[in-house]
Design a protein around this ligand. Structure first.
Ligand SMILES: *Cc1c(COP(=O)(O)O)cnc(C)c1O
Length: 226
């Protein structure tokens, strides 16, 4: 089941990359393991997956400790009082969205003497329920981050609104790509675009995603999900 799902997803990624004239090797599949147990993580890793995403520290802890060799991505809203523990186990934070969080990342990066790699989360759709900066706030925010030398900004992340048809998500992904073009520079290349989930990842690949965050399509529906 997991093997078949992965095979299908990889084929879809390759097809979407082909349509966009992209090398599928530039697209990283981040397996989102919220609600999924250690055994499933082990199976996914055995199938060659290396990148894993979690949105809550509490739920992630056992998995991260059991599989420290995997590359763990923190993809959820990050509270400043969780930063120390997140930095201990996670390689990449997808949800940098405010300067108070940058301050905590800088402090703990200093403390642990490590560089913190993060993506800046942008609320492209403007939905109130979503975290992230407004697109208009992005230039000042990126400029302010220069004062936080422990933080390396590796790109942008967004969540598209939930839509019936994946095609409807396209304008939001395109907007994130345009925001990268408008804000990247020689000293800030912003190589990564983290966008696309189970319902819309093929469109995200067509629009330039370099990281897809996929849970349901790999592991099946979560409890409480339709
Ligand atoms: C749960 C989650 C995903 C994966 O969602 P699926 O629809 O199951 O693929 C991606 N990104 C974030 C931030 C999530 O919380």
């Amino acid at each position: 089941m997991l093997a078949e799902n992965l095979k299908r997803i990889r084929a879809e990624i390759a097809a979407a990359a082909g349509r966009a004239g992209r090398d599928p090797g530039t697209v990283r599949l981040v397996a989102v393991t919220k609600t999924v147990g250690c055994e499933q993580v082990r199976r996914a890793a055995a199938l060659g997956l290396q990148d894993f995403g979690e949105n809550r520290l509490q739920e992630a802890r056992e998995k991260v400790e059991t599989f420290p060799q995997l590359c763990w991505h923190f993809i959820g809203h990050l509270q400043t009082n969780k930063v120390k523990q997140v930095l201990a186990g996670f390689s990449l934070i997808h949800s940098l969205d405010r300067l108070s969080l940058a301050g905590a990342l800088q402090r703990w990066g200093d403390n642990l003497e490590k560089e913190v790699t993060a993506l800046v989360q942008v609320n492209v759709s403007g939905e109130e329920s979503k975290f992230g900066l407004a697109p208009a706030e992005l230039p000042d925010f990126l400029a302010a981050l220069r004062d936080y030398p422990r933080i390396r900004v590796a790109g942008l992340m967004t969540m598209a609104p939930w839509v019936d048809h994946p095609e409807e998500a396209r304008p939001f992904f395109r907007r994130l790509r345009e925001l990268r073009r408008a804000n990247a520079g020689p000293d800030l290349p912003l190589p990564h675009l983290s966008m696309g989930m189970t319902n819309d990842y093929t469109v995200a690949v067509e629009e330039g995603a370099t990281m897809l965050r996929i849970g349901t399509a790999l592991f099946g529906p979560r409890a409480g999900q339709g």
